[in-house]
Design a binder for this molecule. Structure first.
Ligand code: CP
Length: 310
């Protein structure tokens, strides 16, 4: 297979396993490139890419920008908070104005689920979804699965437990689709109020007790509580009594890991809330691959942009 099956990357759900394998093989080549003294290749030197961020980001925004620059693309950055969106301009008008400046590809993060799918029906340029509300975050899931493949050599057959705010997590949904397409076994764990009722219909297991979930995990993926999507006011939390109680029930601590008779790999997409879903001693431990995930994000995003451009 020489190209992806779609001109956009809108979500993992619409990818075929061959797409994922091609992205991984291409990322292997780019990972070698970014570890060279000269980290740049001319692959996209004729392309202009717009990064449109309608929602805050640290890792994804910087990682895409670095990936684009490593591929020699011209890059423009747009942040909704400093734009004419504040004056009432619509999404389609904003994007069409940017495309009129001869932009070839759009990377977009948006708080509304489905915004990149909607946009793909109205513009010709390729779109990469950099996270749309609580829907999908495809490049995060790709870099997560790639990091698991790097750690174990294979994703198929591994037991992955995703812990936390599954209800509001685009990372969880994209990872469920991606890991299942690669043959892994996925379990989600969290308070019943933060596990969607439909989730078992996706063919995954649900555990409400963290210690039971950890007992079978090769990999533990911890998620942040997304207070900004929970209708939170001040310090109030709406889906469980207190953050302190959440930490007691679902926080990953060294004491919990020490009770296991095996050593799972620890992952987190970031941003981390230390002392809530994960203790600092676990986040910074030798079995944590959190910073490897960030490093792999650049190679995966280079691969996605390169394959969509070709
Ligand atoms: N993992 C992730 O999407 O982080 P940012 O929100 O900082 O981009």
């Amino acid at each position: 297979m020489s190209g992806l099956s779609s001109k956009h990357l809108l979500g993992i759900k619409s990818l075929i396993p061959e797409d994922i394998e091609l992205i991984f093989q291409t990322a292997d080549n780019f990972k070698e490139v970014i570890n060279r003294p000269i980290k740049k290749v001319p692959s996209l030197r004729d392309l202009t890419i717009a990064n449109l961020f309608f929602e805050n980001s640290t890792r994804t925004k910087l990682s895409f920008e670095l990936a684009e620059k490593r591929l020699s693309a011209d890059v423009i950055n747009f942040s909704a908070s400093a734009s004419s969106v504040k004056k009432g301009e619509t999404l389609i008008d904003t994007v069409n104005n940017i495309l009129a400046m001869k932009v070839d590809m759009v990377v977009m993060r948006h708080p509304n689920p489905g915004a990149p799918i909607f946009l793909s029906k109205h513009i010709d340029a390729s779109i990469v979804n950099a996270g749309d509300g609580a829907h999908e975050h495809p490049t995060q899931a790709l870099l997560d699965a790639y990091s698991i493949r790097e750690e174990f050599g294979i994703v198929k057959g591994k037991n992955i437990v995703i812990v936390g705010d599954i209800l509001h997590s685009r990372v969880a949904l994209s990872n469920i689709f991606c890991l299942q397409k690669l043959g892994a076994k996925v379990t989600v764990c969290g308070p019943p109020t933060l596990i969607p009722k439909y989730i078992e219909s996706l063919g995954i297991e649900v555990e409400y007790r963290l210690d039971s979930a950890l007992a079978k995990a090769d990999i533990v993926m911890m998620l942040r509580i997304q207070l900004e999507r929970q209708g939170k006011e001040g310090n109030q939390v709406n889906y469980f009594p207190t953050l302190r109680e959440y930490h007691q029930q679902y926080g990953l601590t060294m004491e919990r890991l020490d009770r296991l008779n095996h050593t799972p790999i620890i992952m987190h997409p970031g941003p981390i809330n230390r002392g809530v879903e994960i203790s600092s001693s676990v986040a910074d431990s030798s079995t944590s691959i959190i910073l490897n995930q960030v490093e792999n994000g650049v190679a995966i995003r280079m691969a996605v942009l390169y394959l969509l451009a070709s």
